[in-house]
Design a binder for this molecule. Structure first.
Ligand code: NAG
Ligand code: NAG
Ligand code: NAG
Ligand code: NAG
Length: 835
């Protein structure tokens, strides 16, 4: 290499050194670039690195070395010697320089390249008696032309995405630099030119980083290489920035387009820019996609807010909004009224709704087809709606395009029943009980209809039957009726109905039920019901009107027995007489009266007869005790009846009874009971004494006869006319109904009579003597019986009806042969004794 010309200093000869290192063979000691390119005058860097690290003594670069087998060493041109510069070939001295900064970095720079420099280069290192020649060789090519400027493949550019463009040349030489310039009118450049050198690849690059906008699309960018002292070289690219459609607008661009109904308008969707240019169009109406319309231009005839959207693969954009306003007369005119019932008195607003373009200018309201309101307001308000506001309403809306009228809307004003009245028929307030009266609840008007009628009587709910009814006392009262409908309830005025009737339910009350004689009796006759008031009272005793009073009570003082009885009363008012109220039976209590002892068979009995004494009395209350007395001595009995069985003469005497009740006691009359011997007893006595006494009797008879004649004036007369007894049967036909009977008895009398028992009447009342009276000895036999001067009746002798018989003297002749007293009535014979 000694013959290398010194024209390496000729810098005007612009050589571009191009080298390329390829590490082709693995070497554990040294690593070299495989190939490096350059051109005449330029420089070349031979990259090298010593890997195996031990203390090396020196190393050498060889140009085209050849192994000499004889010397077992390499021969060749030494390009560089790390320690002995004098060993370096003259053609390379001054042109080669070690640029590695460390011991292990064996990179050298060859400047001012000559064509002859083309060849293989190797490194030989020497340490302690060891030698090592690199296995790889670096091939240097020095050509006449410089390497081309390269603009690297442009990445896909997208709007707003950062992109970097790279421009490079496969050349690097520190002492012979190149300049790059970017000519780019792009927005938002981030980095401009940046030269980077890479020894391993021996390449110089520059890059441009920027964020392209859609407006940068199609712009030209050039990378300009400025080689020293050579004409400039450049590479140009056109930017392809993908972007969504830009500036999508609807044409015409006025925000609102007014058309008449029936006309139409064409809208165009315009796109200013789009990459890729293929665009799909979508139309929107009022925010919603319109179906099946993808044309750029379209006819529209409906009102609405329209938009279009353009879309390509990079994205989509929407246009501005254009409103189409179709002018038309008011349509779908309708009246809105409140929901539900419209109640009278409420605030009701009707509103007229319509669709109109332009807006309605006037609203005209009609009620039953007659205009009544003309306003710009769409509403009509009833402040207090009334029944009369019911009707058929219409509203008419007017705008510049015409007018429209609504369908009739019925307004039905509801209200609670009105003018509720109680109607009583016949008209009046006072009725006689039993009269036919009807009650009716009359409602003058109601909307909706009355659903319920409720009656109240004296503020209490009652059921009132509609229609005629017989009015009763209980129906009197104050009536109201309430009528109810869906809206409410109204009440009538009160109507008072009075019912007149006769007094009712009289009652008779006595101050005390058991009254004594001379007590006071108060009867009360309170009447519970009467309308009008009671004016008087009638009192009844045993259904006979007894008294009439104005007060409801009567007083009877000094009660008598005759006041006993059933009392009743009744009240009287102007309508009539009430029912009779019976009082209880009034008992007047009194001590026993009319106490009488009855004797059976009679006062005169023969011994051994059964005699019954019966004590009767009137009393109230009933007698509770009977006391019997015989000759003033009490008997051991308290029975009403005192029976003497087989009466003896000892039973003869006075009897009476005393009776008691709660009021007092009373005594009966005294009766005298005569007991006479029986025929048998007399017969025995007579038989025993008949002989000695016959004479005595005769004497006595004579004596008696004289005594009698001496005492009685008419004895002599009688004596003259008749000295003996004449026992005559009384033949008074006028006293007996059966004369035949007496005729038959006359014969038997004369035969049977032996004695006559004569009772000499002393007392004035016949046979009933008072106690204490002296009686003749029953054993005495009287022959003359004379009637006393007084004209009293004799017992058992009927009073003669003939006045001429006053003078007749009677004597009772008992037929002693007859034993039984009972048959006495038939067997009694009468003797008429004449003076
Ligand atoms: C060697 O030195 C050169 C020049 O200074 C340098 O460019 C290269 O990177 C170095 N190599 C290594 C492996 O350090
Ligand atoms: C309503 O009133 C307006 C203004 O007063 C008037 O011009 C118009 O004729 C009226 N319309 C009717 C139908 O009365
Ligand atoms: C009592 O007897 C007398 C005479 O028999 C009679 O008149 C009177 O009515 C009687 N009295 C009573 C209360 O029965
Ligand atoms: C007893 O009865 C008589 C009449 O029978 C009467 O007059 C008399 O008052 C009575 N005596 C008494 C105490 O009641």
């Amino acid at each position: 290499m000694d013959n290398l010309p010194p024209q390496r200093t000729l810098t005007f000869l612009f050589l571009v050194l191009f080298f390329k290192a390829v590490f082709s063979e693995q070497d554990s000691h040294v690593q070299l670039a495989s190939s490096v390119t350059g051109w005449e005058g330029s420089c070349a860097v031979l990259p090298c690195e010593i890997i195996y690290n031990h203390d090396i003594d020196y190393y050498m670069w060889f140009y085209n070395p050849v192994f000499d087998k004889t010397t077992s060493d390499y021969k060749g041109t030494i390009v560089y010697h790390s320690t002995k510069m004098e060993e370096v070939d003259s053609s390379f001295i001054d042109r080669v320089e070690h640029i590695g900064m460390t011991v292990k970095n064996c990179t050298i720079l060859i400047k001012n390249l000559q064509k002859n420099d083309t060849g293989h280069y190797k490194l030989r290192k020497i340490w302690k008696d060891n030698k090592w020649m690199s296995k790889q060789e670096l091939s240097l090519t020095v050509s006449e032309t410089a390497p081309e400027l390269k603009l690297h493949e442009v990445p896909k550019m997208q709007e707003n995405k950062e992109v970097t463009l790279t421009c490079s040349i496969d050349y690097f030489c520190p002492s012979n630099a190149v300049n790059f310039t970017w000519l780019a009118d792009v927005n938002r450049k981030v980095t401009t030119t940046d030269v980077r050198n890479d020894i391993s690849t021996t390449r110089t690059t520059t890059s441009l980083t920027f964020v392209p906008s859609w407006e940068d699309n199609n712009k030209m960018i050039s990378c300009v290489l400025d080689r020293m002292n050579r004409e400039k070289e450049n590479k140009i690219i056109q930017l392809d920035v993908k972007h969504a459609p830009k500036n999508v607008t609807i044409i015409p661009q006025s925000p609102i387009i007014r058309i008449k109904e029936g006309n139409n308008v064409t809208l165009k969707c315009s796109v200013e820019s789009s990459n890729p240019p293929e665009v799909a169009i979508t139309w929107y109406k009022n925010g919603g996609k319109m179906q099946g319309t993808d044309a750029r231009e379209k006819l529209f005839k409906e009102s609405g807010r329209y938009q279009c959207e353009a879309k390509n693969s990079a994205g989509s954009n929407k246009s501005n909004t254009v409103e189409i306003s179709v002018l038309h007369l008011p349509k779908s005119v309708s009246i809105q009224k409140p929901e539900g019932n419209i109640r009278e008195g409420s605030l009701v607003t009707l509103s007229c709704s319509t669709v109109a373009n332009p807006p309605v200018s006037r609203y005209i309201w009609y009620k039953n087809k007659r205009e009544f309101f003309n306003s710009t307001d769409s509403r009509y308000a009833f402040r207090h709606i009334t029944e009369n506001d019911s009707g058929s309403y219409q509203c008419e809306a007017v705008n510049s395009q015409g007018k429209g009228i609504s369908a009739p809307e019925q307004l039905d004003v509801k209200y609670a029943p009105k003018n509720v009245k109680v109607v009583v028929k016949p008209d009046g307030k006072q009725f006689l009980e039993g009269k036919s009266v009807s009650f009716e609840c009359v409602v003058k008007s109601s909307n909706p209809n009355v659903t319920k009628i409720k009656w109240k009587k004296n503020d209490k709910s009652v059921t009132v039957s509609i229609g005629n009814k017989s009015i009763e006392a209980a129906d009197a009262g104050t009536y109201t009726c309430e009528a109810t409908n869906e809206i409410g309830t109204s009440s009538s005025d009160a109507v008072t109905v009075e019912v007149h009737y006769k007094p009712k339910y009289s009652d008779c009350k006595i101050n005390e039920k058991n009254k004594k004689e001379h007590d006071e009796l108060i009867l009360k006759c309170p009447s519970r019901k009467s309308n009008p008031d009671i004016t008087s009272y009638e009192w009844f005793k045993s259904d006979e009107l007894y008294s009439t009073t104005t007060s409801d009570s009567i007083k009877i003082t000094n009660l008598k027995l005759t006041d006993s009885g059933y009392y009743s009363c009744r009240a009287i008012n102007p309508i009539g007489r009430g029912p009779k109220a019976e009082c209880e039976y009034i008992w007047i209590h009194y001590a026993p009266k009319n106490v009488t002892v009855g004797v059976s068979p009679g006062n005169y009995v023969t011994e051994n007869t059964d005699v019954r004494l019966n004590c009767t009395a009137k009393a109230n209350p009933a007698i509770h005790r009977y006391s019997w007395y015989h000759n003033k001595k009490p008997l051991q009995t308290s029975q009403k009846e005192y029976v003497i069985v087989n009466i003896q003469l000892s039973h003869m005497g006075e009897y009476y009874c005393i009776v008691d009740n709660t009021i007092g006691s009373n005594t009966s009359q005294v009766i005298y009971l005569h007991v006479s011997y029986s025929f048998y007893t007399i017969a025995i006595y007579t038989a025993a004494a008949i002989i000695p006494f016959i004479i005595l009797i005769l004497i006595v008879v004579l004596i008696i006869r004289f005594r009698i004649c001496f005492r009685l004036k008419n004895c002599r007369k009688e004596d003259r006319s008749d000295s003996a007894f004449f026992v005559l049967k009384k033949t008074n036909n006028e006293a007996s109904d059966h004369p035949g009977h007496h005729t038959r008895s006359e014969d038997s009398l004369t035969e049977q009579i032996n004695y006559s028992s004569l009772q000499f009447p002393i007392s004035t009342n016949g046979g009933q003597s008072q106690p204490g009276t002296i009686y003749p000895n029953p054993d005495d036999i009287y022959s003359v019986v004379q009637k006393p001067a007084t004209t009293a009746d004799y017992e058992n002798v009927k009073k003669a009806e003939d006045d001429s018989q006053d003078d007749i003297h009677y004597s009772v002749i008992a037929n002693l042969s007859s034993a039984t007293v009972k048959e006495r009535g038939q067997e009694v014979e009468y003797a008429m004794l004449r003076q």
